[in-house]
Design a protein around this ligand. Sequence first.
Ligand code: FES
Ligand SMILES: [Fe+2]
Length: 420
Amino acid sequence: MNEGQIERQELLSDEEAMAATVKMRAKLDAGGLTEVNRQTMIGIADRLIALAKEGRPTLAESVMEVDTGIYTDPALFEAETHAIFDRFPFVAGLSRDVEKPGDFLNTSDFGTPTIVTRNKDGQIKAFVNSCRHRGAALVYEPSGNTGAGFTCPYHGWSYNLDGKLLGITCNSSFGNPDKGEHGLVEVAAEERHGLIFVATKPGVSLNLDEYLGDELNQELPHWGFDKVQASKAAPIPLDGNWKLSLEAFLESYHFDYAHRDNLAHFYFGNVADVTPMGRHLRFSVPHKSIMELADQPVDEWVPENHITLAYMLFPGTILINSPQVLEFFQIVPVSVGKSIVRHACYARMDLNEPGNREMFEMTWESAHSIVLRQDLPYGVTTAHAGVKGKAMPKFLFGRNEMALQHMHGEIRKAVAEGAS
Ligand code: FES
Ligand SMILES: [Fe+2]
């Protein structure tokens, strides 16, 4: 995501956010998801219509109680870092964020200062953002284009887009070292389904067949992540443990309360189809308009116009799909009591068509405002304030909070695997 484009806007009120949603819904043909798997979407729509009639989401088997120490224990945070963040990849951005050779993203989110770029052959590459001479960073902007390679601003050593050392200034003073031995330190990175997956440190390999699993590897290509257009992006730093930040995105139970004056007008609150997919999961929420489908022949259904469908990629990437936009959230752990939510919004609609850019901007502002004014204060910062002094011993996750239960189960499993 291109944070060169960050602009801090005034937050929208509920009325303004709703007006943006009304406008967007009136233009459902703005983008269209031509590749979406129709049978999958029809299956989800069928289940959502039945669930909406019952007024409930897919249910977990039982209630889950958790000790709130999981949000405040520094030793557990260390164990999570080791077992989860040092092992699993993160999504640094989408293919369009690094579109041309020399385009780069610069991130230190997961501890390693990392440049993600595209080489002359069009392949994604990632390197430690640190010169092999004495460690100065090679790029300083959050994103940009570096041309044919990198030149260190400190003493002028140069590298190509494959990380190969090309030039050492004052070469003879260094005893003509073998340039092949002094290339940039590579970090594993791979582009798949329009997403750029990057390891969090050198020496950690990526195995996306295994990491994503068969089901997601078949399903993700249908969402056209490789075809999205311009993005808006902003990081949101939070006083709250990363698991609280993750929880904020995984249930619709809160819609009728936290979002009663905005999203609750369009969505059924506390109704969702939740499908665990290995460590990951799919989470679909019905628009109230989905009930119109019940009176239409299935052949005429366009289910994606009535469903907002999210994927949660373990441990903290959230991709929320509609026919018009992709909302992207990446949860970044900073310390036991701090996290960052990176929010980006990508357009699926043609932004050159009259009115679409304005609508895209409004959609971004609407989602960003709702998240900042409601989801994150309730779910993260005030919740963390309540647990950090151990004043609040336990949390309860209901049977209607299955996605949260699944994620906590997977986090526990990964920590146990890391400890063994
Ligand atoms: S640190 Fe890069 S050239 Fe010296
Ligand atoms: Fe919310």
